[in-house]
Design a protein around this ligand. Sequence first.
Ligand code: FAD
Length: 317
Amino acid sequence: MSVLVYTESENGNFKKIAFETASYAKEVANMLGTTVTAIAINVENPSELSKYGVDKVLTVNNDKLTNFNAKAYADAIRQAATKESAKVVVINSSANDKYLAPVLAVDLNAGYASNVVALPVSTEPFKVKRTAFTNKAFNITAINADVKLIGLAKNSFGLKESDGAATAEAFEPSLKDEDFNISVKSVDKATGKVTIADAEIVVSGGRGLKGPENWGMIEDLAAVLGAATACSKPVSDMGWRPHEEHVGQTGKPVASNLYIAVGISGAIQHLAGINASKVKVVINNDPEAPFFKAADYGIVGDAFEVVPKLVEKLKEF
Ligand code: FAD
């Protein structure tokens, strides 16, 4: 028996979340007294997983799997889990993995827990801690099925490096034609910028910026930090920014390490989507703005003065 981890990648490279899920899987394997096997699909350098405690990597190289396909990926992961007699399968909680998870859970006849934020509370019975109500609460969920499928929440565990060398083994899952009834043929990214989902840092602007012509300083701040840009709902509703930047309850969720909110009041619907971010910094000229209560750091001041100064200062580093 081993723990199996699916390590997400893009264009042949592991995503950072792949290393976090691998680190997590290693600790779970330690708790169970077993080893970790990873499945890596169309990845150029699978040995990168050695650093994160993986004992063996099943490397799948198949052109049909170039673009993400939930049914085909689930089929491949299920076959890897069967081969390794895995009773615990770890994936993450990205958009792709949330799409993958129910298909995989059915294939494995597994109990699935999403948004898991910590190591299992116990292994007999198997209980995990998850976020609920957009990170306002936690719950402990028991997975009673024989096979447990865990969806790890992004940035909840961190990277744990260790010594070791993972062995690589070519793995050729047999894929069915039905897996490809619907398949993505190509992916063209609209921009080369950092996406909100992948970003470590997000710089977000609200109605306090007065108009789209003032977004240059938000983009400057994002550029100097290597961050993604985001906005509040009214800003995208008014067409100041594209809809894909809208974050919050009705927009994209943000789970970055740093979220900088500029000229955003901190309405509950906005906070609902960004609560999972680790450190929140607020820049607002109204000391009574509700966002300050939810923030780790706050600057009371005019964004038009504070942001350019911040950019200047950060450029010195
Ligand atoms: P405002 O509330 O107008 O706040 C602007 C802020 O900028 C103020 O705090 C002000 O003090 C500050 N400011 C002004 N000038 C400056 C300056 N020069 N320098 C610094 N600060 C300045 N909202 C979302 O964002 N995401 C959602 O997903 C979402 N979903 C919703 C769903 C529902 C069902 C509903 C009813 C609402 C939803 N909303 C959502 C809207 C939400 O309630 C708020 O109206 C919205 O978040 C406010 O946006 P804002 O903070 O940009 O604007």
